[in-house]
Design a protein around this ligand. Sequence first.
Ligand SMILES: NC(=O)c1ccc[n+]([C@@H]2O[C@H](COP(=O)([O-])OP(=O)(O)OC[C@H]3O[C@@H](n4cnc5c(N)ncnc54)[C@H](O)[C@@H]3O)[C@@H](O)[C@H]2O)c1
Length: 299
Amino acid sequence: MSKRIVFTGGSGKAGRHVVPYLLDRGHKVLNLDLVPLADSRVNTLLTDVTNSGEVFNALSMHFGFDGYETGKGPAPVDAVVHFAAVPRVLMRPDNTTFAANVTSTYNVIEAAVKLGIRKVIIASSETTYGVCFAEGDKDYHSFPLEEDYDIDPMDSYGLSKLVNEKTARAFAMRSGIDIYALRIGNVIEPHEYERFPGFFADPPSRKRNAWSYIDARDLGQIVDLCVAKDGLGFQVFNAVNDTITAHEPTQEFLAKWAPNTPLTRPMQGNEAPLSNRKIREVLGFKEEHDWRKYVPAEG
Ligand SMILES: NC(=O)c1ccc[n+]([C@@H]2O[C@H](COP(=O)([O-])OP(=O)(O)OC[C@H]3O[C@@H](n4cnc5c(N)ncnc54)[C@H](O)[C@@H]3O)[C@@H](O)[C@H]2O)c1
């Protein structure tokens, strides 16, 4: 069913694939970003999501000129997808990264709740699992990484995403709306599969991403499934593809490259250490972009 979706950060690396996926599924999208998205099907409203007043306004506006034709004012918004952020460490000073991400997520969720919007999807991160931006070589507590893991980031970016999950949980409890937090893995755009042979040649280099990834287009499918699935309240979902970014079976690979980390259950075949079992079982996710389609076979 076609929904009216406000998407923040749609002009960025992930958004420029996720927004077209949603448009192709028949949804109407308004993009809130500091810079325009180059897609003639979607209007970008230049909005600073760290400014609560701007967010409240942007969530109660027409999506485009056609809205004026109805004579009934702006139509209701069905869902808000919040991707805008400082997306990693070392882009802005740590305090600015933390403040921008925590404030913008608070603003977006609060405005959605207070304006009566019943579905919010926010971008959390693999970094909450604590290894991505850790000081030094930190081991994961256990594999697979599933949503009930005791997340413990030490960096300001990962901490901002952890706080955002708590903000989401608080507002979901307060309001009864659905707020789904996606712990997004390392986002891979179509042209980036050329990096994979380098990943295979240097396995320790991918420990910080738990040897997992999410194709930017498959992330579009996950967001679309979240838009469609109502009634789950507050949820955390790992957003990653099915398999490990290595040629060896997962258990064999982890025994070699993560020997100090115990397994909490047997790992099947090539399943990704950052597990996507929950999105497959709860949302019905079926990956379309296995890296093996795009990376030449070994040998
Ligand atoms: N890229 C990854 O591998 C990855 C992994 C895990 C989580 N994430 C998360 O996914 C989301 C998208 O990441 P991305 O890689 O596309 O990042 P990106 O930086 O490419 O895109 C973010 C977009 O948000 C916009 N933005 C930033 N601050 C804003 C503000 N104050 N107001 C309005 N717009 C603002 C930027 O202009 C940009 O277009 C982020 O929340 C990020 O933290 C990304």
